[in-house]
Design a protein around this ligand. Structure first.
Ligand code: UD1
Length: 374
């Protein structure tokens, strides 16, 4: 079998997590040569390097160092810096995980150089074009040759958009693979004792979506609900975008004064998994954490009106409440009151996200693909 040269383009925190097992498997496989191209979209230690260390991943082959900017600036910068790298490296395939600006830029640049693109997490749809990630997902899918989906619903979404069935591969969710592999390690982290909280005595809050944190009205309404949630401690690892916005709207000090709210630096993957598992519930606008909470049987309140992971809502594990103060408080109180019944229900829930072998399946399909045979 010919060796396949795969260039993996990533740059944002969740993309490293999604790719972690795949990188390890590729490095152990003599039929695969993997180059990791880091766009530099995320650059703080706790947004990128900590994950490479935690998963013992090799350093990226190249770092494009693009840093922050508007959507157009960031996407364009990645494209113009990536093009010469791809021209020089001549990979057989460019692999892009998720839905960030790095995903889109990687896919478009490769497709225009006639390099086949494989998309991990294809077909996820929120049907909300105000989310930059929805645009990134759609465009990436439509310039991909291999589309790896996490659920049956994602595969259906692609077929509805006219994508050929032969390109769509339902493999399951590589984030689930990583979770299964890392769970026992996560359970041994000291984060809970370091924060001096007890298991099942707090809510975990994460917040970083542009539509929530760049909009003063929405951010204030969410924080008002958090201030009212005094029955539990609230642990809040603050994303750099959110920290910047809290300061610029003069909200940081007010939040810090709340006795039940703990503002902390962004946490590592293992710490985050431990925090989700031990929380009574999570409050988040992250896509990935909705799924992680579902797998860890922790109820989730999602600060959005829609989600690309609709399966978690249909199975009763996830409540969509937008940024409405009353709806957030009501959902939280409902979970607290019905905790036992809800937990029993979540324990019995089926898992539509595959069998934990998505990364192996992706690698097998890439190696066996017609694109490289002959
Ligand atoms: C990006 C992704 C989002 C993903 C998220 C995970 C897009 C459109 N969005 O959002 O889908 O869920 O990553 O975190 O690609 N910043 C730092 N240090 C960093 C990175 C960012 O300080 O290492 C600050 C900067 O002020 C920057 C802001 O965060 O302007 C936003 O960063 P950006 O990469 O544009 O988007 P995220 O909000 O992180």
């Amino acid at each position: 079998m010919k060796q396949v040269h795969v260039a993996l383009v990533l740059g944002a925190r969740p993309q490293i997590i999604k790719s972690a097992l795949l990188i390890r498997l590729s490095n152990e496989d003599e039929h695969v040569r993997l180059s990791i191209i880091h766009t530099g979209q995320h650059y703080d230690y706790e947004m990128t390097k900590v994950f490479f260390e935690e998963f013992s991943l090799p350093d990226p082959t190249v770092n494009l160092d693009v840093g922050s900017g508007s959507h157009a600036q960031q996407t364009a910068k990645i494209m113009s810096r990536l093009e010469p790298v791809l021209l020089e490296q001549k990979p057989d395939l460019v692999l892009v995980p998720g839905d960030t600006n790095s995903t889109l830029a990687g896919a478009v640049t490769a497709a225009k150089l006639h390099i086949p693109v494989a998309h991990i997490e294809a077909g996820a749809r929120s049907y909300d074009n105000r989310m930059p990630e929805e645009i990134n997902r759609r465009l990436t899918d439509h310039c991909s040759t291999l589309l790896f989906t996490a659920t049956e619903n994602c595969s259906r979404n692609l077929l509805k958009e006219g994508i050929s069935k032969a390109s769509v591969h339902l493999v399951g969710d590589p984030m689930y693979d990583v979770l299964l592999q890392q769970l026992s390690k996560a359970e041994r982290t000291a984060i809970i004792s370091r924060l001096d909280v007890k298991a099942k005595s707090y809510a975990l809050l994460t917040l970083h979506r542009q539509e929530n944190v760049d909009n003063l009205e929405n951010l204030e309404r969410i924080l008002e609900a958090i201030v009212r949630l005094k029955k539990l401690a609230v642990i809040f690892p603050v994303h750099p975008r959110t920290r910047k916005q809290l300061h610029s709207f003069n909200l940081y000090t007010k939040l810090k004064e709340q006795k039940h709210v703990r503002l902390i630096e962004p946490v590592s993957y293992l710490e985050n998994i431990s925090l989700i598992k031990n929380a009574n519930f999570i409050v988040t606008d992250s896509g990935g954490m909705q799924k992680e909470a579902f797998w860890l049987k922790t109820p989730c309140i999602t600060l959005r009106e829609n989600t690309e992971w609709i399966e978690t809502v249909q199975l009763g594990a996830n409540y969509l409440v937008g940024s409405d103060t009353e709806r957030i408080v009501k959902a939280a109180e409902g979970i607290i009151e019905n905790e036992e019944v809800l937990c029993k229900k979540l324990e019995k829930s089926p898992n539509p996200f595959g069998d934990g072998c998505a990364s192996q399946k992706i690698l097998k399909i890439i190696k066996g693909s017609q694109l490289f045979l002959g």
